[in-house]
Write a protein that binds this ligand. Structure first.
Ligand code: ZN
Length: 367
């Protein structure tokens, strides 16, 4: 089969479209024919050797995968999801058949450790990142543990799934698991044209929040507004936290959905209401940050880490997509042999929403 492999790190790294052996499903595994795979900043970190993880090259990147089951390994058809109540109800019955449309949970989890057993697969002690620690979805097929599958609901196509399952479920985990949003809360979603930001605006809005977002260009700000942000501030203007205090009548925001890090984090604290929370899932602008502890404890702020998603978050994300409450924002779709160009486009930051890679001509997914 064809796969895009990263053969040398760099910015840009060196990619090759290669013929690699067909993946086969061992016990507990399935092979999925990839129909669409989303590109994430994680892929750029893999490309430039920017992850605090040892990676063996060559590696096929890509974690945000939607596709069809084409092979089921021994015992895999009945593998239940570790944490989902819905899935445990029918444990033992065949769950999977050839041809089933699925999304894959990219933070692979063991299903057995203390955290997996209580439904916190995002905290798995033996977690692996699909497309980083094992070959991912910029390929015609991928082999994954059956427990990492979630069935696509009716009405959710492969591109919608590939554009939402990683970034969208990350935002879902941040807003409904790691923190809570009350109707009327002010929520600041950083980077409203990004994958996490565009989903966070929609989710917070549906939870009853008043949403503010940020954007570095007119087009990005217009998109954030279109998605439901009541106000969108210009992140190029260093005084944007003052704008936010003005918008909220000096109250500040009750929750910040943050995924940028670096200098942006300090500005988020400047926007925060007393008793407010920053939930953070990323550090694309810098991992080493400083913040002043005095206002932090005096104003009784909370700073919460969020990583990946639990299976329940992924299921909720897809249910919301099926119900039309969460819409993907797709900037561009590239064929598999143009994956390097897709990486370059994401690195340029000149994008609105998600970039997807499709290994096959679109007509092959019409069924
Ligand atoms: Zn585990």
């Amino acid at each position: 089969m064809k796969a895009i492999q990263l053969v040398a790190h760099g910015a840009p790294g060196k990619f090759e479209l290669r013929d690699v052996p067909e993946p086969r499903a061992q016990a507990g595994e399935v092979v999925v024919q990839v129909q669409s795979c989303g590109l994430n900043h994680l892929d750029l970190w893999l490309e430039e050797a920017g992850l605090p993880i040892t990676v063996q090259l060559p590696r096929t990147p890509g974690g945000e995968i939607a596709g069809k089951i084409v092979e089921i390994g021994p015992g895999s058809a009945a593998v239940p999801a570790a944490s989902s109540e819905k899935s445990q109800r029918d444990a033992g019955a065949p769950r999977w058949s050839i041809g089933d449309p699925v999304a894959i949970q990219s933070n692979l989890f063991c299903g057995e450790c203390e955290f997996c057993l209580r439904g916190e697969d995002s905290m798995c002690l033996r977690g692996e990142i699909l497309g980083v620690q094992r070959d991912g979805g910029f390929a015609e097929k991928v082999v994954v543990p059956a427990r990492s599958l979630v069935r696509l609901p009716d009405g959710v196509d492969f591109d919608t799934s590939a554009a939402l399952t990683l970034a969208g479920s990350t935002a879902m985990h941040m807003l409904t698991n790691r923190t809570q949003v009350k109707p009327g809360d002010w929520v600041l979603a950083i980077g409203g044209a990004s994958g996490v930001g565009s989903a966070a605006i929609q989710i917070a809005k549906h939870l009853g929040a008043r949403v503010i977002s940020t954007g570095s260009t007119e087009a990005k700000r217009a998109l954030a507004q279109h998605l439901g942000a009541e106000f969108v501030v210009d992140s190029n203007d260093a005084r944007w936290p003052a704008d936010i205090r003005k918008i909220t009548n000096k109250h500040g925001v009750d929750l910040v959905v943050e995924h940028v890090g670096g200098d942006v984090l300090g500005k988020c604290f400047d926007c925060l209401a007393r008793g407010g929370t920053i939930v953070s899932c990323g550090a694309t602008a810098g991992r080493d940050v400083q913040f002043n502890l005095w206002p932090f404890f005096v104003k009784q702020h909370r700073f919460i880490g969020s990583y990946g998603r639990n299976r329940a978050d992924l299921e909720t994300t897809l249910e919301w997509a099926a119900a039309g409450k969460l819409k993907p924002v797709i900037d561009a779709i590239f064929p598999l042999d143009q994956t390097a160009a897709a990486f370059a486009k994401l690195r340029s930051r000149n994008i609105l929403g998600k970039i997807l890679v499709e290994p096959f001509e679109p007509e092959s997914e019409s069924d």
